[in-house]
Structure formats: structure tokens, C-alpha cells
Design a protein around this ligand. Structure first.
Ligand SMILES: Cc1cc2nc3c(=O)[nH]c(=O)nc-3n(C[C@H](O)[C@H](O)[C@H](O)COP(=O)(O)OP(=O)(O)OC[C@H]3O[C@@H](n4cnc5c(N)ncnc54)[C@H](O)[C@@H]3O)c2cc1C
Length: 200
């Protein structure tokens, strides 16, 4: 199935493999707990994402599932525990509509969040010691600066690094090529990436 708001936690073995060299970490304690807090369920009304079964199925998945079963592949009920096989995934949906963490924040209207649509984040601004102090954004034809010590860029897989590179953060060679080397921070990138938070 493609393009259907599929929700899968990922296999515990994969997380535990990533934790191999991290003493004291394990899937049950450091990952599963957070999934359980995140997912809204009868025992967790305070979660933030709905995870449910597909509200309707066409004939196509039934035919495909029968075909793979006839070919001898294993069928799976729970995508979070099976390693291989075919089955029907859970999805992020409520009353037939997509539900995301963003939906949760918008619906719960937290008092300390300001939503600004049609605003275009341009770059993160830094002090001379590379500490971020805000985000410059364009809104309604004007340029603004949202000052904050913690900034989390989440502009997607292409635009997030683009914004960072416009801010002078990235591979020095490439920044030079695009003429943004004057404030290049590539040398301190590792330290910087590990010790700062961004939000756009
Ligand atoms: C066809 C397709 C099907 C998929 N199906 C699934 C699925 O079933 N299940 C699943 O888990 N994942 C699925 N994914 C992957 C999933 O959509 C992404 O992993 C997820 O959306 C990434 O979230 P994000 O918040 O990092 O980025 P995005 O969802 O890309 O959000 C980035 C946001 O930033 C905004 N933005 C960009 N630049 C700026 C800027 N300069 N200033 C301000 N805002 C900006 C964009 O408009 C966008 O709204 C699918 C992806 C595709 C393409």
C-alpha cells in the first residue's frame, strides 16, 4: 500500500541494534514508552496521534494479500513485531481525515504557541559564538526576526538543510561554491549540531 498515512513503530530489533553501543539504552525503556505516550488509545486519552484501522478497504488489497499468501509468503497481523511478511497496516486517521501531531497542537490550542501561516523561514541567526538566537522569516512582504534560544527547523528533507545552508551552516566547500562562505560554520558543525535546538 502506498500513500495511505501508514503508521508503523518500527521493529524493536532495529532500535536495539542502534543502541548496541549505547550502554543503558533499550527499546522498551527508551522508545516504546514514548510510542505509548504518543498514541491515543482507550488507555491513553492524553496522547497526541490517532492510530487506527483502515475505515474501508477496496478489493485490490484483498486480491494482493490472497496472491502473496498463495505464493507462500507469511501474513502478518502486527507490523510492529513482524520482521517480514504482508498485511494491512494501521493508519493515522480519525473520522476519515488525516491526523498528525500538528493536528493535535492546532486542536488543543496551547496558550504558548503562535501559529503563523504563509510565513517563509529564511535563515537562522547566530551570535558570533555560533549560538542561535532566532529565525528570520518573510511574512506579508516584510522580513521579521523571531527571537528564541531554541529553534527547531522542520521544513522538510530538502528545505531544512537549505535554510541551514542559507544561514551559513553546512559543508564549507559547498557554501563556498554558492557564495555563502563568509559566515561558514562547517568547522564547528559537529559541536553545533549536537548542542543546539531549532524550530522554524
Ligand atoms: C507520496 C508520499 C507518501 C508517504 N506516505 C507516508 C505514510 O503513509 N506514512 C508515513 O509515516 N510517512 C509517509 N510519507 C513520508 C512523510 O510524509 C514524511 O516523512 C513526513 O511528512 C516528514 O515530515 P516533516 O515534518 O519532516 O516534513 P514535511 O511534512 O515535508 O513538512 C515540512 C513543512 O515545512 C514547510 N516549509 C518548507 N520550507 C519552508 C520555509 N522556508 N518556511 C516555512 N515553512 C517551510 C512545508 O510547506 C511543509 O509544510 C510519505 C511521503 C510521500 C512523499
Amino acid at each position: 500500500m502506498l500513500n495511505n498515512l501508514i503508521y508503523v513503530r518500527g521493529h524493536p530489533d532495529d532500535y536495539n541494534e542502534w543502541f548496541q553501543n549505547k550502554e543503558g539504552y533499550n527499546y522498551a525503556k527508551d522508545v516504546l514508552t514514548y510510542f505509548e505516550r504518543l498514541e491515543i488509545s482507550p488507555s491513553n486519552a492524553g496522547g497526541s496521534v490517532y492510530v487506527d484501522d483502515l475505515p474501508y478497504k477496496t478489493e485490490l488489497p484483498k486480491i494482493l494479500l490472497k496472491a502473496v499468501k498463495d505464493l507462500g509468503f507469511s501474513m502478518i497481523d502486527n507490523m510492529n513485531t513482524a520482521k517480514q511478511g504482508f498485511g494491512v497496516p494501521k493508519i493515522n486517521i480519525i473520522n476519515g481525515r488525516r491526523w498528525t501531531t500538528a493536528s493535535h497542537f492546532i486542536h488543543s490550542k496551547p496558550w504558548n504557541v503562535l501559529f503563523r501561516t504563509n510565513a517563509l523561514a529564511d535563515q537562522v541567526r547566530f551570535h558570533a559564538n555560533f549560538e542561535a538566537y532566532g529565525v528570520e522569516f518573510l511574512y506579508s512582504g516584510n522580513r521579521y526576526l523571531a527571537k528564541h534560544q531554541k529553534n527547531y527547523p522542520s521544513a522538510g528533507v530538502i528545505n531544512t538543510p537549505t535554510i541551514l545552508m542559507r544561514s551559513g551552516v553546512g559543508p564549507r566547500k559547498h557554501l563556498k561554491e554558492v557564495g555563502n562562505s563568509s559566515k561558514s560554520r562547517s568547522a564547528s558543525w559537529r559541536k553545533f549540531a549536537g548542542s543546539h535546538h531549532y524550530w522554524l
